[in-house]
Design a protein around this ligand. Structure first.
Ligand SMILES: *[C@@H]1O[C@H](CO)[C@@H](O)[C@H](O)[C@H]1NC(C)=O
Ligand SMILES: *[C@@H]1O[C@H](CO)[C@@H](O)[C@H](O)[C@H]1NC(C)=O
Ligand SMILES: *[C@@H]1O[C@H](CO)[C@@H](O)[C@H](O)[C@H]1NC(C)=O
Length: 343
């Protein structure tokens, strides 16, 4: 038994620096011990849903998936005295005026808002709540945790406080990946995006650029070493790319602070972030360096991370739903005033 174990251990260390040193986590120890505590104790109180005129409360699949998963989860409590956090559901289409009224009612009718001025509250808003001079919206925006859809190109995201939902995109986990690599990079810009960089990349024979919606995406992903994304453009297939061992390259001219699971994952070890200023040549140089140094590790980290970025109709341990809940759990410590002093 011991011999087999030793053999296994040496095999593991032999086949992979991968297994011994590569993980996508900032700290896997913290994550998994904290995660278990969360499963045991995390409780969320949900305020009544405001009346909705037609349709569903949330319009994006990510939001709906999170909301329905939450409603049927063991994290919901009807006893607010048990709750660590308070969820305010409202449709994204709610006008600023009605949102202000909703918060005013919550402030007046429940004792919880005044204890932290909203800091132990959270809400879903696909694009983010816009700033306003109304006191209620100011407190919601500044203090409460906003959960938006990635990428939040609107600038309505506050780093370290807010959270993003990974895109919903069906993909098969790493079953039988046998990539025949014919391209250095594959890019699928949406019709909307146009940039000189895309034009330059198109001329490069090592890159494959395809804008037509079609069903060869998977094939191109599997035959490319890197998958190229323009930040803010269609990024729904990023997780699929990672699952298929195509390392994401995100082209962005400013630091990205809204990546999903940023509190938990080391994105710099799974994806490449480059500015567009170097053009196709600069991009090529960056990718060459990574191919020589760290490419395999990035690929493995990416594959390992996909389970945490994947949505399941029936939530599974450590999947996207649970990781969002985990990020909320990390944000549960806030100062509560013992008594709200009226001014
Ligand atoms: C919360 O504080 C406001 C004053 O800022 C007050 O009008 C409101 O009644 C308080 N809410 C409760 C439930 O006491
Ligand atoms: C990968 O695919 C190629 C051809 O498509 C085949 O020759 C090769 O045996 C496959 N490798 C594995 C490990 O399945
Ligand atoms: C998808 O592939 C099938 C054949 O496999 C083809 O008939 C169909 O036209 C393709 N669809 C698109 C949108 O390219």
């Amino acid at each position: 038994m011991a011999a087999i174990f030793l053999l296994l251990l040496s095999l593991l260390t032999f086949t992979g620096d991968v297994i011994s040193t590569t993980t996508p986590y900032l700290s896997s120890e913290t994550l998994f011990s904290n995660y278990d505590k969360m499963l045991d104790s995390f409780k969320i109180f949900i305020y009544p849903t405001p009346p909705i005129t037609g349709g569903t409360i949330f319009t994006t699949t990510q939001e709906s998936q999170f909301y329905t998963s939450l409603l049927s989860s063991p994290f919901v409590t009807e006893d607010p005295s048990q709750a660590h956090l308070f969820f305010i559901p409202f449709p994204s289409s709610l006008s600023t005026r009605n949102l202000a009224r909703l918060i005013r009612n919550i402030r007046g009718n429940y004792p919880f808002w005044n204890r932290t001025l909203g800091a132990d509250h959270f809400y879903l808003s696909a694009a983010g709540v816009d700033s306003s001079s109304d006191r209620n919206i100011v407190e919601l925006k500044k203090n409460s945790i906003q959960i938006s859809c990635f990428p939040t190109s609107s600038g309505l995201f506050i780093p370290h406080k807010d959270i993003t939902l990974p895109p919903v995109h069906p993909f098969k986990a790493k079953s039988s990946v046998n990539n025949t690599l014919s391209f250095l990079g594959y890019m699928k810009p949406s019709g909307r995006s146009s940039s000189t960089l895309i034009e330059e990349i198109k001329k490069h024979p090592e890159f494959k650029v395809e804008s037509e919606p079609g069903n060869r995406t998977r094939e191109f992903i599997k035959s490319s070493r890197f998958c190229l994304f323009l930040y803010g453009d269609d990024m729904t297939w990023m997780v699929e790319a990672m699952a298929l061992q195509c390392v994401p390259v995100v082209i962005t001219d400013r630091p990205i602070q809204d990546l999903p699971l940023m509190d938990v994952m080391k994105w710099s070890e799974m994806a490449v972030f480059v500015s567009s200023s170097g053009g196709a040549k600069g991009l090529r140089r960056v990718l060459d360096v990574i191919e020589l140094n760290g490419y395999e590790k990035m690929k493995e980290s990416g594959v390992a991370a996909t389970q945490h970025l994947a949505w399941n109709a029936e939530p599974q341990p450590h999947d996207a739903f649970h990781m969002i809940i985990y990020q909320l759990w990390l944000r549960r410590h806030t100062i509560r005033y013992a008594r709200w002093v009226e001014q």
